[in-house]
Ligand binder design. Structure first.
Ligand SMILES: *[C@@H]1O[C@H](CO)[C@@H](O)[C@H](O)[C@H]1NC(C)=O
Ligand SMILES: *[C@@H]1O[C@H](CO)[C@@H](O)[C@H](O)[C@H]1NC(C)=O
Ligand SMILES: *[C@@H]1O[C@H](CO)[C@@H](O)[C@H](O)[C@H]1NC(C)=O
Length: 153
């Protein structure tokens, strides 16, 4: 009898000690790591996001610029016009969506000589949802729509 209650007491002590440790660990290592994942296609057009009629823009240099113009991430489109940027955010999702834009800094004339050689394609960001992969929370973002603008970057 005595040994049984001793075991019970020991068990309670273990639970009492272990529970706060488990909670404390969940608060640090147990939290999912946020990762921004921006994926999209650049088209060879002054205004063509989602347009299937337009050819794509391969080898186009894409930059994510935030706030006063800091380049936060860079990517180059592949032969299908696709680009992907992945990084650990230093800002909240809402401030990234509010303060950042995508810029295609390769001139459109590079993919079609009849298109402008000045100006850049710019797109706001559009959040489409989170997906969890292991301990990573992917924050999925796509271009809201690229339009040619006459700004210097
Ligand atoms: C962009 O495309 C939309 C929809 O096709 C059109 O209404 C708009 O006038 C276009 N803008 C430019 C600058 O071509
Ligand atoms: C190049 O751009 C012009 C003007 O938008 C368009 O009419 C033409 O079809 C484009 N050429 C190619 C090969 O996409
Ligand atoms: C997506 O994840 C971000 C960062 O953890 C969070 O702020 C946001 O509320 C999440 N959004 C949705 C719809 O789950």
């Amino acid at each position: 009898m005595a040994s049984k209650s001793a075991v019970f007491v020991l068990l309670m002590v273990v639970v009492a000690v272990a529970a706060p440790i488990a909670v404390a660990q969940l608060g640090t290592v147990g939290r999912l790591l946020d990762r921004i994942r921006i994926q999209g296609t650049v088209f060879c057009s002054i205004n063509a996001t989602g347009s299937t009629a337009s050819p794509v823009f391969p080898n186009a240099r894409v930059q994510l610029r935030c706030g006063i113009g800091d380049v936060v991430s860079r990517a180059t489109t592949n032969r299908l016009g696709l680009f992907l940027m992945q990084f650990i955010p230093r800002q909240t999702l809402s401030s990234i969506l509010a303060e950042c834009n995508l810029f295609v800094i390769t001139p459109l004339a590079r993919c079609n000589a009849t298109l402008p050689g000045v100006g850049v394609l710019r797109s706001p960001l559009q959040f489409i949802g989170n997906t969890t992969v292991g301990l990573i929370n992917n924050i999925n973002i796509v271009p809201g729509g690229f339009v040619l603008v006459n700004v210097t970057v």
